[in-house]
Design a binder for this molecule. Sequence first.
Ligand SMILES: [Zn+2]
Length: 129
Amino acid sequence: MPTSTLALAPVTPLVAAPTGDEGTAPVLRYHRCGWCGSATGRAALLCPICGSSELEEQASTGTGIVHRLLTPRHRQYTDGETICLVVMEEGFTVQASLDDALPGTVPEGTRVRLASPAPHTHLPVFRAA
Ligand SMILES: [Zn+2]
């Protein structure tokens, strides 16, 4: 592991330092209902389908399909961010920011994967898989 990039960094202990893996893989968490089995991406106390409180937090595989682009194409340049809905493999939907190098190049139906968080958005970031 090259350490030259750390030369100018302040000497503070890193609590969550990467442990030699390919960086720290981003994880998207969701809730799976123990009663009806439906999945929800929201932080919920009760299942939105059946109202059960037996929600179990699970980690998503991080892959899904772009279901709908919420930022109109003509505004993708000006807004600097493409918001979309992603239907995850587990069956829940999340609002996400699309990491498209050129706006409009990731159409609806594209298979996407969770990417590292970006500073310009609070949404989970996805890019074409
Ligand atoms: Zn349920």
